[in-house]
Ligand binder design. Structure first.
Ligand SMILES: [Mg+2]
Length: 302
C-alpha cells in the first residue's frame, strides 16, 4: 500500500521512509505541504498519509482541512505528526480533520500500529463502497453506481469529443419465466444472462442492472455500429443458451431485445438522460418489431 509522507526535516523523512519500506509499505516522499497537496489533489493518489504539522508553505493542518473540504472517490486517512504535543495541539490537529495524531519524536512500533489502523479503515471503506455499488443477485453495478460512472464518462467524452455507446437489454417475456418456473429459476436466468453480458463486452465497458430484467451497458469510445455488433453477438449466444435448473431437470431458454444509441465524436451533445431515452426508444422499437432483436436509434421514425 502506498503511503504519502510529507515532512520538511530530512532526517525525519529518511527515518519514515526506511521504517515504512521495512514494514512493507510503499512510501511516497514529499518535502513540504505544497508538494503533498499536489499529490493529494489527484484522483488515485495515496489514501494513507503521514503529515508533519510544521512545514514551509502549506502546513499539515491546512492540508487536513483542504482534504476534508473536497469530495474524493476514496477516503483519505491522515496521521498528523508533530513536535507540538500539548492537549490543545492534539485537539486542534484532530479538529482540522486528521484521523490520528502522533507526537514527535515518535516510537516506531507505535507508528507501525497506527498505520495498521489506517490501513484497516481504508480497506473497510473499500469493501463498503464495493457492496454499496454492486447488485446483489448479479454482481453487476447497481443502478446508482452505473449512473454515477456513466455521468463521469459522458462528461469526459463530451470534453474530448470522443464516442460513447449505450446498450439497453431487456429479457423477453421474463414475467412468464417467473410465473411458470418460479422465482429461483428466474434468478438463475438473470445470473446467466449477466455472465453472458460480462463475457461478451470489452473489459473497459461497464455493465449495470438497470431494473428487474433490464440491463444497461456503457461503451466508452464505441459507435452505435460497434455497440450493435456486440449486442448482436450477445443476442445470438443467449438464443442458443439453455439455463439448467438443478433438481427439477428443467432447461429454460430465453431471448432478449436490445436498444442501442451513441454519441459520436462528442455529437449530439446530449445529457445522460437524453441518451438513455434514445436507447430506450430503440429498445421499444425492438420489442414492437417482434423481440429477440437489436435496434439502433434513428432520429427519425421513433
Ligand atoms: Mg516540520
Amino acid at each position: 500500500m502506498r503511503v504519502l509522507i510529507a515532512d520538511d526535516d530530512a532526517l525525519s523523512r529518511k527515518i519514515l521512509e526506511e521504517s515504512l519500506s521495512h514494514w512493507g509499505y510503499e512510501p511516497v516522499i514529499t518535502k513540504d505541504g505544497d508538494e503533498a497537496w499536489d499529490m493529494l489533489k489527484e484522483d488515485g493518489g495515496p489514501t494513507l498519509v503521514v503529515l508533519d504539522w510544521v512545514m514551509p508553505g502549506m502546513e499539515g493542518i491546512e492540508i487536513c482541512q483542504k482534504v476534508r473540504a473536497r469530495r474524493t472517490a476514496n477516503y483519505i486517512y491522515i496521521i498528523l505528526l508533530s513536535a507540538k504535543n500539548s492537549n490543545e495541539d492534539v485537539i486542534k490537529g484532530l479538529e482540522s480533520g486528521a484521523d490520528d495524531y502522533i507526537s514527535k519524536p515518535f516510537h516506531p512500533e507505535e507508528l507501525k500500529s497506527r498505520l495498521k489502523i489506517g490501513q484497516r479503515i481504508i480497506e473497510l471503506e473499500k469493501r463498503i463502497m464495493c457492496l454499496a455499488s454492486t447488485d446483489y443477485l448479479t454482481a453487476l453495478l447497481n443502478r446508482r453506481a452505473f449512473m454515477e460512472r456513466m455521468e463521469a464518462e459522458i462528461n469526459r467524452v463530451t470534453r474530448e469529443n470522443k464516442s460513447f455507446g449505450i446498450v439497453i437489454a431487456d429479457l423477453d417475456h421474463f414475467k412468464l419465466v417467473n410465473d411458470t418456473y418460479g422465482h429461483q429459476a428466474g434468478d438463475l436466468v438473470l445470473q446467466e444472462f449477466s455472465r453472458c453480458l460480462s463475457s461478451s463486452f470489452r473489459i473497459y465497458d461497464f455493465i449495470g442492472r438497470y431494473g428487474g430484467e433490464e440491463f444497461i451497458v456503457g461503451l466508452p469510445g464505441a459507435s452505435s455500429e460497434v455497440a450493435g455488433a456486440i449486442a448482436e453477438r450477445v443476442r445470438k449466444r443467449l438464443e442458443q443458451h439453455r439455463t439448467l435448473v438443478p433438481d427439477c431437470d428443467l432447461e429454460i431458454s430465453v431471448t432478449a431485445s436490445f436498444g442501442i444509441t451513441s454519441m459520436e465524436n462528442g455529437r449530439p451533445q446530449l445529457s445522460m438522460d437524453g441518451l438513455i431515452k434514445q436507447a430506450d426508444s430503440a429498445l421499444y422499437m425492438a420489442k414492437q418489431l417482434g423481440r429477440n432483436r437489436v435496434e439502433i436509434f434513428k432520429s427519425y421514425g421513433y
